[in-house]
Design a protein. Structure first.
Length: 124
């Protein structure tokens, strides 16, 4: 894997990581789908060279490095929310908001999708 964060202090990955760490300590809200659109094009091209799994592993590793020995009891829930919200956002956008189609793609019940949409603040 090439060095995704060549300059640790100025890297967009590190800036995201710093924001994520502050959220563990009770700060900001989850990123919106528009945040993904704001990633600079050069970074997006570089990220395309890596698997989703390797990028997620890198982000989780850097996040854990930043929070040090403080591990919140709901770490799994916190991480899953950070992944689930943009996944739902992308699928809903690509299905034109069709919840039946989106729930089939996601492999979840439509009522479960609606519950998650409410949880993440999506309009239904």
């Amino acid at each position: 894997m090439d060095n995704l964060a060549s300059s640790p202090q100025s890297s967009p990955l590190v800036k995201d990581q710093q924001k994520d760490a502050s959220e563990v300590h009770g700060a900001a809200t989850l990123k919106s789908a528009e945040g993904a659109a704001q990633i600079d094009q050069d970074l997006a091209v570089r990220l395309d060279k890596h698997s989703l799994e390797s990028i997620v592993e890198l982000k989780i590793s850097r996040f854990l490095d930043q929070i040090g020995s403080y591990y919140p009891e709901d770490l799994h829930s916190l991480i899953m929310k950070k992944v689930e919200k943009p996944l739902l956002s992308q699928i809903l956008r690509r299905t034109g908001g069709n919840q039946v189609h989106a729930s089939k793609i996601l492999g979840i019940n439509r009522n479960t999708l609606r519950k998650k949409m409410k949880l993440y603040g999506f309009s239904s």
